[in-house]
Write a new protein. Structure first.
Length: 164
């Protein structure tokens, strides 16, 4: 393919005839179109649809009548706290240098046979400085008393606030 450029005047000048190779330009454009099509699909797939925490205004599900009751254990440096989010809180002080695990077990059994007979979830937290073995012992006693769904959380995010 040739392009002829007429300079317009005679003046002894030659006409400029340039051959332009369009194959590399077409190759580049086809690669660019393919790249843009693929990235357009990826941007659509990379989205994560989320809803704000809580119930949406358009939700047809009514809010629960009462908040669910949760049972929590806080392993503190001087005692173990066991409580329910509706208000029943019990403190079991250390017996010397060791925790009173028998009293912890009987308190957990009391809650399990009472209001948590059908539930198996419990949340456990520990303050700073508590020995790792004491946290594991609290989990073991909870599992032994029927709370098989044990969750370890930060003390600030417990459902029951033991220390204000």
């Amino acid at each position: 393919m040739g392009v002829s450029v007429d300079t317009g005047g005679g003046g002894g000048r030659k006409s400029v005839d340039v051959d332009i190779n369009l194959v590399p330009f077409i190759d580049m454009m086809s690669c660019l179109v393919a790249f843009l099509l693929i990235t357009a699909v990826w941007t659509n797939l990379a989205q994560i649809n989320i809803k704000p925490k809580g119930m949406a205004n358009q939700s047809d599900v009514p809010p629960p009548a009462e908040p669910p009751q949760n049972i929590s254990i806080l392993v503190a440096g001087d005692s173990i706290w066991i409580g329910v989010s509706t208000g029943d809180r019990r403190q079991i002080k250390k017996a010397g240098d060791n925790y009173d695990w028998e009293n912890v077990a009987s308190t957990l059994q009391e809650f399990k046979t009472g209001m948590f007979a059908t539930r198996e979830d419990i949340e456990i937290a520990a303050e700073d400085g508590v020995q790792y073995q004491d946290i594991i012992s609290a989990m073991d006693w909870a599992i032994a008393k029927g709370f098989k769904d044990v969750g370890y959380v930060d003390p600030a995010s417990l459902s029951v606030k033991f220390k204000q």
